[in-house]
Design a protein around this ligand. Structure first.
Ligand code: MG
Length: 385
């Protein structure tokens, strides 16, 4: 990995309908990022000079959205079978005969630079390269009713992954020679049939193929995450009124808090804590008090917006802790309902939500009953970038 890779191109197959995974899995979000984007980013980062993403007819807009902001890729419409799709990708690619081409399955998102480098390096010694893993489990043959009928020698067996690497000419020749009425498992099979030597290189257990719906949960768990902490603070002044909004609840009181919105200092402090954890500025940046649109606005809207920004990044809120500082009203009778309301707004478990209250012993502006202050802390887990 010390010397730069030779110029290479890639065909990413994203044309599957993914019926086994319950819908087209290549567009689904994984760690806040469409599945196809993980490997296209990895290929571009490794220096791929031309990445052709093969999509099914009608999915061009989905590809454009999934890969928005990346340069160095283009979409090509594929065919009914994988062979047709890869062929369409190769035709679009073109280039010199000796151009290394990686053919990759979009359903394998965790493509590392090391695997890419090993595949390309192996082309010095063989006509093709195939990342693969040895079979660790013992293998058994069984009858259709599940009765074991013998063992299978696993010593010479490998679990094939992608990307598979070949020179452009090796691959196009193998496609030209392949019988039209046969389907091929992968490109290595085709090159091998055409007389080429395909070498196995070390694969990667994380390069798993997302096949079944439960694979997504396992893949999510594999994404390294960083814990972020944010804090927020807010104050509103007391004024005449019959009720006050606190932590998303309307509480009868002989005063109200004055503000541009509903003046819910608890929700404002918490919104700032979440924005702080993800480096997204403060509540005023997102909802300017100069904007009449937010006059009298319910503050759960601000909190939902902040939580949505966390979700959009593939993150999750781990816990929140709010402290209200006032002499009156008494918070304790409302604490449980406040926790429930916050858990509902944020869509997190109740035990991840804390609401506390304190007085300031009659000292300062809160002690004199001039205003109410709120503090909040939020922890957020974000996918490490
Ligand atoms: Mg405020």
């Amino acid at each position: 990995m010390n010397s730069p890779l030779p110029a290479f191109a890639a065909v990413v197959v994203a044309a599957g309908s993914g019926t086994r995974a319950g819908g087209a899995k290549q567009w689904r979000l994984l760690g806040g990022k469409p599945v196809v984007r993980w490997s296209v980013e990895a290929l571009l980062k490794a220096g791929a000079q031309d990445v052709v993403v093969v999509v099914s007819a009608g999915s061009e807009a989905e590809a454009a959205e999934a890969l928005h902001g990346l340069t160095g890729w283009r979409a090509v419409t594929g065919g009914a079978a994988r062979t047709d799709s890869v062929k369409a990708g190769l035709t679009a690619l073109g280039g010199p005969d000796d151009r290394p081409v990686l053919v990759h399955d979009a359903a394998r998102p965790f493509l590392s630079a090391a695997v890419i480098a090993r595949c390309i390096a192996a082309l010095d010694q063989a006509d093709g390269a195939l990342p693969a893993l040895p079979v660790a489990d013992s293998l058994r043959r069984a009858s259709p009713d599940g009765i074991v009928s013998g063992a299978v020698e696993r010593e010479a067996l490998w679990r094939a992954q992608t990307p598979q690497a070949f020179s452009l000419k090796t691959l196009t020749d193998a496609f030209a020679a392949w019988p039209a009425d046969e389907t091929a498992t992968d490109e290595a099979t085709m090159v091998e049939r055409a007389g080429g030597r395909v070498k196995i290189v070390e694969g990667d257990a994380r390069l798993m193929k997302l096949t079944y719906p439960e694979d997504f949960a396992m893949a999510e768990a594999l994404i390294p995450r960083t814990v972020r902490i944010g804090q927020g603070y807010d104050v509103h002044r007391w004024g005449p009124g019959q009720w006050v909004w606190l932590c998303g609840l309307e509480i009868p009181h002989d005063q109200t808090l004055i503000g541009h919105s509903d003046a819910d200092a608890g929700l404002h402090a918490l919104t700032d804590a979440i924005l702080g954890a993800i480096g997204e500025g403060d509540i005023g940046d997102h909802f300017p008090p100069t904007d009449d649109k937010w006059k009298g606005a319910p503050s759960d809207l601000f909190l939902k917006h902040a939580a949505g920004l966390v979700t959009a990044r593939g993150g999750r809120i781990s816990n929140v802790d709010v402290t209200l500082i006032c002499e009156r009203p008494k918070v304790k009778p409302h604490r449980q309902a406040m926790r429930e309301r916050l858990a509902e707004i944020l869509d997190i478990p109740l035990d991840a939500v804390s609401v506390k209250a304190t007085t300031s012993e009659g000292l300062g502006f809160t002690g004199r009953g001039e205003g109410l202050a709120a503090q909040a802390v939020a922890t957020v887990e974000l996918p490490s970038r």
